[in-house]
Design a protein around this ligand. Structure first.
Ligand SMILES: [Zn+2]
Length: 127
């Protein structure tokens, strides 16, 4: 069984340690991150992104995500604003559909998530 690395659904970085329950939802095609059209279940976050979600910092989370995306793709600061708009649109359904209390990922839960097919997580990769 192929085991994949869990990446934060906010900044795509390693070290996701929190799981935020979320209802399944579909994206508008125009706002779909990557080629994915739907999000199933929880989103997982690193400590820094989790803190932003907990504080309801919609723009703070999008800003962190946009900066991470720009770094990843070698884009300068000038691209961050545009990326942030895309990220805001892509993350909007999460804010609307999240439900219940976040919980720390246990080792057991982490192993289960690592076994899921790729399309079930890593929802913030923008195409
Ligand atoms: Zn993160």
């Amino acid at each position: 069984m192929k085991v994949r690395e869990l990446r934060c659904d906010g900044c795509s970085g390693p070290g996701a340690v929190w799981e935020h329950p979320c209802a399944d939802f579909e994206w508008d095609a125009a706002q779909s991150p990557d080629k994915r059209r739907a999000s199933w279940g929880s989103w997982i976050f690193c400590e820094a992104c989790h803190r932003r979600v907990e504080a309801g910092r919609v723009f703070g989370l999008a800003d962190r995500s946009a900066r991470a995306l720009a770094r990843k793709h070698g884009l300068g600061r000038g691209y961050v604003h545009g990326l942030r708009e895309q990220v805001l649109a892509a993350q909007a359904p999460f804010w609307q559909h999240q439900r219940g209390m976040p919980r720390r990922l246990t080792d057991d839960r982490r192993r289960r998530l690592e076994m899921l097919p790729e399309e079930f997580t890593d929802t913030t990769e923008l195409g």
